[in-house]
Design a protein around this ligand. Structure first.
Ligand code: PHE
Ligand code: NA
Length: 454
């Protein structure tokens, strides 16, 4: 396939897209809460360990697979070994499922960005997120049935996603990321600067960075660190293989993987600082300990934050920036998840990009409607839980075991990466992928099973 679509000439296009996929809601709301719950400052030890032994080595592996086989994930795996195509489809399936609920969260962000101007949540009970107008703001009279207000921004999200995907790799995906990612970075920098200059910011940062070294021997903390790295770097979702399949022949793979990994982690750290500075402000305002105001997941971004923001000076402006950054981070990740099945369908059925976008995107759009109402929220939480605790860990495990043990292709891949990269991979790379990562992923699966079954 010599006429395969490619990123633009400089490495910037690919890097912006890869960083755009990596930097997402996981950085802004997942990382700060995970770090805080798992030892604060002490969490950085397992976190860095996970980044260096699994995150970056796997990124290098996925970039190499995409670059070498120049195909979507399913076809790349089938080129490595006929019997392995299903591993690629498993990853694509996970991405497809995520792409049915991720846009709902982005749609909430749009609504909140819009609400910011009137700070409509101001003084509201945080439960309004669940039971108030928000999830079923509707006039049954108009449509004859209840239409949650979030449908409108949800459609906006899909129009944007399918528009950029339809335009192709360079004119669509690359263009979107070249606009979104620098904007996101600037917006987020403004937020963080504002946040750390709030009264109480220092208390928040203290609570965040305060290391609880006793936690570091807990298996659970290490599992959390690896889980965060996998999710955050979009590894084992077929994304990075797909994106790197559009790299020009001459591309420094290893270097790009290090840049992506460090950029993502820097953004995570920045988000942690911003979020905890704001939580510190809240704690001081309400004279409650920071511990009390921290809640993870959806709650942090959509319930705790709005409440805090409405107490801040110039709250509308700040709220808008915060939710705009969630929107930008989310949209660029959403584009990357959806591209996995667009590419997969295109190759499997030899159809045009337009058709793949219509069928694949269309189906995901329809399914996403089910998540956009009150009942959908519980469903979203459950699906998200299983996807993250089992789906991804399994996908990662299958991937490394298949490549390292069954196909025995690590040496091959290493040669390929070294032939185009400045940094040469050593034996450590094969040890990380062949031994450490499978061991950790296996342990992770067992731990999760143990917790869920007890
Ligand atoms: N890496 C993204 C984040 O940190 C999340 C994501 C996961 C995006 C899977 C795409 C696919 O939020
Ligand atoms: Na991330």
């Amino acid at each position: 396939m010599e006429n395969r679509s490619q990123w633009g000439g400089s490495r910037l296009g690919f890097l912006m897209a890869a960083i755009g996929s990596a930097v997402g809601l996981g950085n802004i709301w997942r990382f700060p809460a995970t770090a805080f719950e798992n030892g604060g400052g002490a969490f950085f030890v397992p976190y860095l360990f996970a980044l260096l032994t699994a995150g970056i080595p796997l990124l290098i592996m996925e970039y190499t697979i995409g670059h070498k086989y120049r195909s979507s994930s399913p076809r790349s795996f089938s080129k490595i070994s006929k019997g392995m195509e299903w591993i690629g489809w498993w990853q694509v399936l996970i991405s497809f499922v995520i792409s049915t609920y991720y846009p709902v969260i982005i749609a909430w962000a749009i609504m909140y960005a819009y609400f910011s101007f009137g700070t409509q949540w101001g003084g509201d009970d945080p439960t309004s997120f669940f039971v108030g107008d928000f999830l079923n703001l509707a006039d049954p009279g108009t449509f004859g049935f209840i239409v949650p207000a979030v449908m409108i921004p949800l459609i906006v999200v899909w129009v944007l996603v399918l528009f950029f995907l339809g335009r192709g790799v360079k004119k669509g995906i690359e263009l979107a990321n070249k606009i979104f990612i620098p904007t996101l970075f600037i917006v987020f920098l403004i937020i963080v600067i504002r946040a750390v200059t709030l009264p109480g910011a220092f208390e928040g940062l203290n609570a965040f960075f305060e290391p609880d070294w006793s936690r570091i021997t807990e298996g659970k903390v290490w599992v959390a660190a690896y889980g965060q790295i996998f999710f955050s770097l979009s590894i084992a979702f077929a994304i990075m293989i797909t994106y790197s399949s559009y790299l020009p022949k001459k591309s420094d793979i290893t270097n790009n993987a290090f840049i992506t990994g460090f950029a993502n982690s820097s953004f995570e750290l920045l988000a942690g600082i911003g979020v905890f500075a704001v939580l510190g402000f809240m704690a001081v305002q309400s004279s409650t300990p920071v511990e009390e105001v921290v809640k993870g997941g959806v709650g942090l971004a959509f319930m705790v934050f709005p409440e805090i923001i409405s107490q801040m000076p110039a709250s509308g402006f700040f709220g808008f920036l915060f939710f705009a950054s969630l929107f930008l981070a989310g949209l660029s990740s959403m584009i990357s998840i959806s591209e996995t099945y667009i590419a997969g369908l295109q190759e499997k059925f030899s159809i045009s990009r337009g058709k793949a976008v219509t069928f694949g995107g269309g189906l995901a759009f329809i399914v996403s409607l089910f998540f956009a109402n009150q009942g959908g929220l519980n469903l979203l939480d459950t699906v998200d839980y299983f996807i993250n605790n089992y789906g991804v860990a399994l996908a990662g495990l299958f991937e490394v075991v298949a490549i390292a043990w069954f196909a025995r292709s690590l040496k091959d891949l290493q040669q390929h990466a070294d032939s185009v990269s400045d940094i040469k991979l050593g034996i450590w790379w094969r040890i990380c992928l062949g031994i450490i990562t499978p061991a950790i992923l296996g342990y992770m699966m067992l731990q999760n099973l143990k917790t869920d079954l007890s």
